[in-house]
Design a protein. Structure first.
Length: 248
């Protein structure tokens, strides 16, 4: 993976294979997907996932509308998150797993969220998060930019799969929360829950070999859960849910 072109559809396929072939990492994605499913009602309405190319959320949500920013054989739509070709008020939920921080203009994306979600619809994110622990890890050992001091919600986009600010979710929904609430009053924050301080590290992520075998996952999950009171200070990731409210 370190030698592949991050914007090549072949590299996207390689990332998908890495996740599927590493039992510990696959269990992490399965846990994220189970949380997504538990957070939304699937009785009716379309669910759109942005950035589906390397994941397998479609195995958990029947009829999931999958998409990617570059061509991929595993998605039904190629689209930019800043200009979603879907009719207004037509989506039940929008899901992004480790994708929001790659969107170079968060405001334009959030405008699209307001436009395409029906009233009561959800925006569901799993994202990197900014804590004292995660800042050290992301700035020292992660290849993507992590810039919590960025002055705005935009960044240059040269490579759709690599260009990023890993601190973007923290900037928009924590540091600049008052600004977000003023600019997007129809998107109400339902949940911001930091979590997972070290299990993703043990998995090796996409880039490194796993540091633990898959069978050890339940043990490490139990150990990590013991730290839950300190997740706000230690969490490397965050679960975020926003709800589209009525115009009235």
């Amino acid at each position: 993976m370190r030698d592949s072109d991050t914007d090549d559809s072949h590299a996207l396929g390689l990332r998908r294979k890495v996740i599927q072939s590493k039992p510990f990492l696959r269990r992490i994605y399965q846990e994220w997907y189970q949380w997504v499913v538990s957070s939304i009602l699937l009785s009716d309405g379309r669910v759109l996932e942005l950035g589906s190319g390397m994941g397998f959320l479609a195995d958990y949500i029947p009829g999931l509308f999958t998409s990617e920013v570059i061509p991929s054989g595993h998605v039904s739509l190629i689209t930019d998150a800043r200009d979603i070709p879907i009719a207004g008020s037509s989506l039940h939920s929008i899901v992004l797993i480790d994708v929001f921080h790659h969107i170079p203009d968060a405001r334009r994306f959030l405008v699209e969220v307001v436009r395409t979600l029906r009233v009561g619809g959800l925006l569901i994110l799993v994202e990197p998060w900014m804590t004292s622990w995660s800042r050290f890890i992301y700035t020292q050992f992660h290849p993507e930019p992590f810039l919590p001091n960025a002055s705005n919600w935009e960044f240059p986009s040269k490579n759709p799969l690599y260009s990023a600010n890993g601190a973007l979710s923290w900037i928009v929904f924590k540091r600049d929360r008052a600004m977000f609430e003023q600019e997007f009053p129809l998107l109400k924050i339902v949940q911001i829950q930091p979590f997972m301080p070290f299990r993703y590290l043990l998995s090796g992520g996409i880039t490194y070999r796993s540091f633990q075998p898959g069978w050890s996952f339940p043990f490490w999950k139990s150990m990590e859960n013991c730290l839950s009171p300190w997740f706000p200070s230690l969490g490397m990731f965050v679960k975020i849910i926003l709800r589209r409210t009525d115009d009235d």
